[in-house]
Design a binder for this molecule. Sequence first.
Ligand code: HEM
Length: 397
Amino acid sequence: MSTVAANPFGSPADLHRVLADLRRQSPVVEVALPTGSTGWVVTRYEDAQRALGDPRLAKMTSAGGFSYRDMIPEDVARAVGRHMLALNPPDHTRLRRLVSGAFTARRVAALRPRIEELAEELLDGIAGADEVDLIDRFAFPLPIQVICELLGVPAEDQADFRRWTDAIVTGPMNPAGLPPALIAIVGYIRTLLAAKREQPADDLLSALIAVHEQGDRLTDDELVSMVYLFLIAGHETTVNLIGNGMLLLLAEPARWARVVAQPELLPGTIEEVLRYEGPVQNASFRTATEPVELGGQIIPEGALVLVALLSANRDADRFAEPDRLDLDRPAIPNLAFGHGIHYCLGAPLARLEGQIAFGALARRFPDLRLAVPPEEIGWRSSLLLRGLSALPVRPRG
Ligand code: HEM
């Protein structure tokens, strides 16, 4: 008989120590969640990979123990619950196929010049400053501008977005903020779609509207949900790749000096940052559709499952010296972008944005320094993501 363990995700500063204890002592364990329900946390690499590939651990929008669904209008609940990450095959397969062409390595590579231009513009804006918050001025606006341009969304609504997406990703920790944010973002997406219908352009939103209008391949809710997923998945994560990565690189000035001197290290640096302090703490919740044996435990039917990606990527059975950030680490795939049918659709775009962001910072600000000691930099509280609240830096050293 298992007993329910304490919520391991309560203290972001302590997270890696808590996860290391779980990997050692109870790698598959039922824990209390801040949502009031319980969930099974999977912390070792091999178990995590198996869990993500197991169709018996499926997406179930009705499960999850979140009370917010009762607190928002029915149509809003439907409009945020019909995207590919919330669904199983065959709906998942159909929705993913509709947009996968926009995210091939070739299509994404074509975005490079525009992303570089956006990065340069943002860095122009901080060049004269003594001290800035790099999250606020760079890590946050760059990915949102990229995803907005890809979709065809006017970027002037960034401040609203930031408020809504913040409330949404911290939702499980702070359920009161979630309903108004969901209602607002769905209203916003509907207005946006109406405007695009009036004035179609050469962008992903217009392409999706055309698919929607041509036949039965995309319902109304699925269209709104798809845009919702891109807006959330497409930037909150990449903000953290840039933020977490820059903290790690600047925490040791010699490390930053190396990246400045050897830009060829960037692709490997991105992979190591993704492994060591990836943007996604836990994969989105799965539910056991039947009893599932994992790591010697039986996860009962109906139980919620959290696959701890951040923990799996520090598993010593998979990675030598996992708690050391090693920019020269030989490339072994990790789970930062997930695994299986929901493997991140935006991975090529995220990697490209990361390389452009780190590269542009290194070129423009070789003397960049943290403005406070690294241990004073705080993590946001979230059940799903891993990211900083702020990253104060001095651009000119
Ligand atoms: C460093 C940045 C990123 C990281 C670490 C990341 C990570 C992930 C992970 C772990 C998943 C799987 C979640 C699960 O199985 O529960 C996922 C799915 C997804 N990501 Fe990303 N992501 C990033 C950036 C992006 C970007 C830039 C986009 C889009 C433009 C994007 C779009 C998606 C979509 C659409 C899915 C759902 C795929 C499906 O259900 O088939 N992501 N991402």
